[in-house]
Design a protein around this ligand. Sequence first.
Ligand code: URA
Length: 234
Amino acid sequence: MRINKYLSGCGIDSRRKCEKLVTDGRVRINGKAVTELATDVKDGDYVEVDGKPVALSNRKIYIMLNKPKGCVCTVNDEKGRKTVLDFVKVKERIFPVGRLDYDTEGLLLLTNDGELANTITHPKNMVKKVYSVRVEGMPTESELKRLRTGIEYNGVKYSAAQVSVLESSDKETKLEIVVTEGKNHEIKNMIESLGRRVMFLKRTAIEGLRLGGLSRGEWRYLSVREVEQLKALR
Ligand code: URA
């Protein structure tokens, strides 16, 4: 098994982040540092990250957290900020699936299943992420159309799969925006490209999986049915 896939299956981090661990020289196999992404892990190999042994976990864990504002979606934060793992105490190593910004709240998945994490975050699968967004002022019809048909901001193209206005006043507007691309700061950049500001951002669903009544900072295991629904996205 490829080294990044193996490390992700151990619950270390997403495959992409695990690639960085390898190229940064933090991974050893049988005592020897490996930096080649094409390295395979074989049965019986002894694998370490930062000098600590890691192993594939037999039990796959699937957790939904209602991420509050004021924490980062990383396993460790170099600036010592609170991370989403401070809210979820389980004995298995798990990592966040994709990311929400420091000041964004809502539905975040955590797992040690690198395969499923990859399915959910890979742009080719066009997995729907639903956001509740409060925007300054009242976007015009032509602005909403631009969000739907596609816009370019700082050289990156964005488009929303769906945009609905839920409530509106001169002061602020509540939108529901569905995106399938998973680009960094996707919603904020789309709104900023209109010359407006996001005042509040919350992810409420990923495909059919809804945050429901989970309070801020609370988490729960996904049901078998919910996991099966996510796996069916492959
Ligand atoms: N889009 C953003 O701008 N931020 C998030 O946290 C998620 C989507």
